[in-house]
Design a protein around this ligand. Structure first.
Ligand SMILES: [Zn+2]
Length: 115
């Protein structure tokens, strides 16, 4: 393995560990939020840029942004719209059908729309 490849592998491992820790912490917080006011205070309700309560998050590291980790908080509708946009950007010929299926599954399995 070259030095550059080793550096990339180490960076990837660090990112994965970091993201796994964030996911685990958030899951633990969410699980007890209903009964634990302290947890709610430590993890206040996140809002989508449209103003709705966020129910999804997309961690992003953009090369043009110095790979700074940013987390995009999204309501259900914006998440579906972003999924559709990304599928189209990736050239998926089934983008519309996939996004529609995703939207249908999401709303069928969730009693809230994120409003
Ligand atoms: Zn939104």
């Amino acid at each position: 393995m070259t030095t550059a490849a080793a550096v990339r592998a180490a960076a990837r491992a660090a990112e994965e560990a970091d993201e796994a820790a964030v996911i685990a912490a958030r899951a633990a917080c969410t699980a007890r939020a209903a009964a634990d006011a302290a947890c709610t205070a430590a993890d206040p309700v996140k809002r989508c840029s449209c103003g709705n309560v966020a129910v999804h998050q997309w961690p992003l590291r953009l090369c043009s942004d110095g790979r700074i980790k940013r987390v995009l908080h999204l309501c259900a509708l914006c998440d579906i719209a972003l999924n559709l946009h990304m599928l189209r950007l990736l050239g998926d010929p089934q983008a519309g059908a996939k996004a529609a299926d995703y939207a249908g599954e999401w709303f069928a399995s969730n009693s809230t729309t994120g409003e």
